[in-house]
Write a protein that binds this ligand. Structure first.
Ligand code: PEP
Length: 248
């Protein structure tokens, strides 16, 4: 039985004060939630104080990105060693990182390995563009992203990884994949993982859907057998809407 997992990606929004205030409101609203894992992913600058705010609650903290190096002369980068002080999770390979900052599957693979080496649990994002979907390439793209980003992972690693299927055309656009469209890809992802890692790992793997999830569409998505949670962008910036999504 896979426990539902709902994560909020706050992206490049909110200063420290605003982040702490949102965290406060969330722990208050979500204090009785036991049947789901709830994670918030603030900007790097707010991680420390959000962590202090939520550390005794059922809300966990994740980062939005991470360097694939441990330390050294990498100006502006944040290493997994630094994140470990505050985070249990780290989002890797988000389409905005791929699109605006040139991250490809090889880089994402290095990051996934490094996160695991430091005990951080990766939330690995994959997804197709609208052009790829319209060209009937969705499954090829998904399979290739999975194979490359998960290169050299063993079964033990796979137990710690969460996959987020985020069709790029649905991120921040208000266009959600239908539950059927999302489920079809989730089933396919599980099948690809099963082929490489076996039935047990595949059936334990949590696969999140991301792309314009809102309080009014979350339920029909989560009812699908292979959708095990959500990665939420825009709607995670407001306590009422994010708690509405968690508490659907
Ligand atoms: C995301 O950034 O991961 C995301 C799914 O964003 P939104 O919910 O705003 O589409």
């Amino acid at each position: 039985m896979r426990k539902l997992f709902i994560a909020g990606n706050w992206k490049m929004n909110k200063n420290v004060k605003e982040s702490v205030s949102l965290a406060k409101s969330l722990i208050n609203r979500l204090k009785d939630v036991q049947d789901k894992d709830v994670v918030v992913c603030p900007a790097f600058t707010a991680l420390s104080q959000v962590y202090e705010e939520v550390k005794d609650s059922n809300v966990k903290v994740g980062a939005q990105n991470m360097s694939f190096e441990d330390e050294g002369a990498y100006t502006g980068e944040i290493s997994p060693r630094m994140l470990k002080d505050f985070c249990e999770y780290v989002i890797l390979g988000h389409s905005e990182r791929r699109q605006y900052f040139g991250e490809d599957d090889e880089i994402v693979n290095k990051k996934v390995k490094k996160a695991l080496e430091h005990g951080l649990k990766p939330i690995l994002c994959i997804g197709e563009t609208l052009e790829e979907r319209d060209g009937d390439k969705t499954f090829d793209i998904i399979e290739s992203q999975l194979k490359k980003s998960l290169k050299n992972m063993d079964k033990n690693d796979m137990k710690k990884i969460i996959i987020a299927y985020e069709p790029i055309w649905a991120i921040g656009t208000g266009k959600t994949a239908t539950p059927e469209q999302a489920e079809e890809v989730h089933v396919f992802i599980r099948k690809v993982i099963k082929k490489s890692y076996g039935d047990e790992i595949a059936s334990e793997l949590r696969i999140l859907y991301g792309g314009s999830v809102k309080p009014d569409n979350v339920k029909t998505l989560m009812e699908k057998e292979d959708i095990d949670g959500a990665l939420v962008g825009g709607a995670s910036l407001d306590a009422e809407s994010f708690s509405g999504i968690v508490d659907f």
